[in-house]
Ligand binder design. Sequence first.
Ligand code: RB5
Length: 204
Amino acid sequence: MRKEDNKNLIDFYYLFYTRAASRLVPAAACGSRGGVAAMPHLTKAALFLIILTMIAIASDHGGLALKAEIKKLLEEKALPYKDFGTNSAESCDYALFGYPAAMAVASGECERGILICGTGVGMSLVANKIRGIRCVVCSDCFTAALSREHNDSNILALGERVVGLGLGRFIASTWLETSFSGGRHARRIAHITQIEEGKAPGLN
Ligand code: RB5
């Protein structure tokens, strides 16, 4: 099935869900917050994640403990993931694990990716060398959310030595739950694609 068909399917399911929800939780039963508004935990972005998303994850030795925490988070959210390693605490080179994970996102095998190293910097540099990847290193939830809303980031890089396990988990959760706003931001993403194609942005 093509990705476009999948997106139409999500629209269909979401319409079905909102209709069903407004019958199950009528506005009269909960003031003005009837239907889906009364169940804000299941947003369209959440539905999209539950039905379609495969997350690529990878780390080097410097991000191994946070990767284990992120795997727990994904399991709690019932999100499938593919772990591209590393699986040992032995010192290793981040590109060897970040590259295949980022390639899985670029090829469409996975929808999004989370890469972790000591600072997040090495992993983000590797991922952003790949056409179609928009990887952001985040140390706060605001940047994580805005990188999805405005930049449609498809890979999150985290630095375990910077954010630790608790904040790293919050950042990943925020990033996973936030969707792209589109509109004027889509035009700006198109500029990035033009640069990837060797063109000056804004010129056709
Ligand atoms: C490994 O010591 C460390 O350099 C690596 O995890 C990462 O922080 C590189 O950017």
